[in-house]
Design a protein around this ligand. Structure first.
Ligand code: FES
Ligand code: FES
Length: 255
């Protein structure tokens, strides 16, 4: 994702991947290729995530010529939709079937939570809407801004692009889990002391990304910090203060 305002945007792999995907879709549109004849890989993220959710719920592998079979899962509410066909694959819920919620166990900030989730719910949605942890922000909702960053088994991920049903049994750390009671973490304190924010919308994601960086590399140089936070955009362009905050956190006495 290239953004002229993003001073941290130094990850050519991410940039080229995103642009490549958009270019493929644009090229197909320019050529007037009907959607139904496009490669399955050019499906929109929303359709892909819906299809993947059904697979996660049922354990059925979907390929060309296959139908997404949906089994009823125990408990919870149900959603019904009209199946659509593309390239020989049927997406959606077959007539007479329904998709229902499934219970997953998420260890969130050290506490086991048993949550009833729909197969197409992202982890960000479940954290915010099911568990009320609104410190995780949703910006782009398409893995481009990093606002929704959380740690999954210690590794930063864009929670908007993870299916909650697939995170069963994982350990999730959100911004609410950084402090110990009323004592801020080193990274939180450094962001506060150095004003590593303006509006604050991106800040939880920035802090979780910085937390993961300092755990794997306690003394990062400026280039390493810029690289690590390159996927976390700040529309307020508070980058100099964010950088200073992470540098201050790295220099702070280790607990
Ligand atoms: S909201 Fe998840 S990356 Fe932007
Ligand atoms: S502080 Fe406003 S988006 Fe970063």
């Amino acid at each position: 994702m290239a953004d002229g305002n993003n001073l941290f945007d130094e990850d050519p792999q991410k940039t080229s991947k995103s642009e490549k995907s958009e270019k493929t879709t644009n090229d197909q549109q320019k050529q007037g290729q009907p959607e139904g004849e496009r490669s399955p890989w050019s499906l929109s993220r929303r359709r892909l995530i819906a299809g993947a959710g059904a697979v996660a719920a049922t354990g059925v592998v979907v390929g060309t010529g296959a139908t997404v079979a949906v089994e009823k899962l125990g408990g919870g509410s149900s959603n019904k939709s009209t199946p659509t066909q593309s390239n020989g694959v049927t997406y959606g819920v077959p007539s007479g079937e329904s998709v229902t919620a499934s219970v997953v166990r998420l260890n969130v900030n050290g506490v086991d939570q048993f949550v009833s989730v729909m197969p197409n719910q992202s982890l960000a949605e479940v954290l915010r809407e099911n568990l009320g942890l609104t410190g995780t922000k949703t910006g782009c909702d398409r893995s481009e801004c990093g606002a929704c960053t959380v740690l999954v088994d210690g590794v930063p991920h864009n929670s908007c692009s993870l299916l909650a049903i697939r995170e069963d049994g994982k350990s999730i750390i959100t911004v609410e889990g950084l402090a110990q009671g009323t004592t801020l973490s080193t990274v939180q304190k450094a962001f506060m002391d150095n004003m590593g924010y303006q509006c604050g919308f991106c800040t939880s994601g920035q802090m979780l990304q910085a937390t993961a960086l300092l755990k794997s590399n306690p003394n990062p140089d400026e280039a390493a910090i810029r690289h690590a936070l390159s996927g976390n955009l700040c529309k307020c362009a508070a980058y100099p203060n964010i950088l200073a905050s992470v540098q201050a956190a790295a220099k702070a006495p280790k607990a």
